[in-house]
Ligand binder design. Structure first.
Ligand code: KG4
Ligand code: ZN
Length: 344
């Protein structure tokens, strides 16, 4: 059975994992950097990159030791090669190349989004291609038809902010702290989602994409009005995001021909209201709903190891001159969308 070493360092999580081709996670070591970034209310790329440099080596050592696997027993080294914060991506990719060079094993350069896209298949052996994936994280908000390994059709993306980014910015505006998603969800539980009128950008629009920048500005205006409770703004914001995700997903389902399941991945999948909405949507569409365990939804190295295993099994390995990419669309054929802050 193949054993793959996976490395992740594209944002603010440093991680190393050993994963087998038959879906066993032999070890997973992850170090978050929340404390380092908390004073700034968001991820500082330079601080993140320096932290990866310090942490990744020891994590690889610990992951190999816990799995009882020597580097010489690994079949391939899979490292995130983008998209993400370029300093961090370079740390992980160069570490992967060095390990590949030292061990004589092949390198698999993994697109971080492919890691998220295939992670549900690590958790669920019955999940068959094609499936409709809602990828909602801090950096991405996309609907993808996952047709096979290396075959992704992007049906929608955000024209400005990602959903998780909107959660983080809302938390910051409301003084709820960092990381924002869980704080907003917690505050929303004490609030009335109907108390504050907030927009639902692009709801019902014939174009397939997402937009959250206008919602964030409306949150700012509501806060500055000085008449609403933070809990009510949080609840209204969360409901608006859920409504937008629902509307866009329903639209995408119409063109997701042959989809066997509705799948969610990315950090925002941790949100209870988002999950509940998707579960109902899937049931109404007669589809299975698949949500990987939360730790596999947020950034981790097991998903990179697993994407590496799927690519390795398909004969896909990469040369040592593979570039690190800040941007790397999963679907190169997808049409460009308007908007400046387009992620991947
Ligand atoms: O996938 P992830 O760990 O990292 C990226 O690739 O971005 O996602 C992190 C994002 C953050 O924006 C965070 O605020 C959001 O996921 N998030 C949540 C929740 N937990 C994490 N958003 C809403 N509700 C949550 N409970
Ligand atoms: Zn991610």
């Amino acid at each position: 059975m193949t054993v793959i070493l996976g490395l992740e360092s594209s944002c603010d999580e440093t991680a190393a994992a050993l994963v087998t081709g038959d879906r066993r996670i032999l070890s997973h070591k992850l170090a978050g950097q929340e404390a380092a970034h908390a004073p700034y209310g968001g991820v500082v790329p330079e601080i993140a990159a320096r932290a990866h440099v310090e942490i990744l080596g020891p994590l690889v050592e610990a992951a190999l030791e816990e799995a009882g696997v020597a580097l010489s027993d690994v079949d391939a080294i899979a490292a995130t090669a983008g998209p993400g914060l370029i300093g961090g991506v370079m740390v992980g990719l160069v570490t992967g190349k060095a390990l590949a060079l030292a061990s004589g094993k092949p390198l698999v350069a993994v697109n971080h989004l492919e890691g998220h896209a295939l992670s549900p298949r690590l958790a669920d052996p019955d999940l068959q291609f094609p499936y409709l994936l809602l990828l909602v994280s801090g950096g991405h908000c996309q609907l993808l038809l996952v047709e096979g390994v290396g075959r992704y059709r992007r049906l929608a993306t955000t024209i400005d902010d990602a959903a998780g980014e909107a959660f983080d910015k809302t938390a910051k505006l409301l003084g709820l702290g960092y990381p924002g998603g869980p704080r907003v969800e917690e505050a929303a539980k004490q609030g009335d989602p109907l108390a504050v009128p907030l927009p639902r950008p692009l709801l019902g629009s014939p174009e397939p994409h997402f937009s959250f920048a206008g919602l964030k500005s409306a949150v700012l205006r509501a806060r500055d009005a000085g008449v609403y409770r933070a809990e009510d703004i949080a609840a209204g914001f969360q409901k608006a995001v859920v409504d937008c995700l629902e509307d866009r997903t329903i639209r995408a389902l119409r063109s997701a021909h042959g989809a066997t399941a509705l799948v969610v991945a990315g950090g925002v999948a941790a949100n209870g209201a988002v999950r509940a909405m998707l579960e109902t949507l899937a049931a109404n569409a007669g589809l299975r709903f698949v949500a990987p365990p939360l730790w596999l939804c947020t950034d981790n190295a097991a998903m990179i190891g697993w994407a590496g295993a799927e690519r390795f099994a398909a004969g896909l390995t990469d040369p040592l001159d593979t570039p690190a990419r800040a941007r790397w669309p999963l679907d190169p054929e997808a049409e460009k969308v308007r908007g400046a802050g387009v992620k991947a």
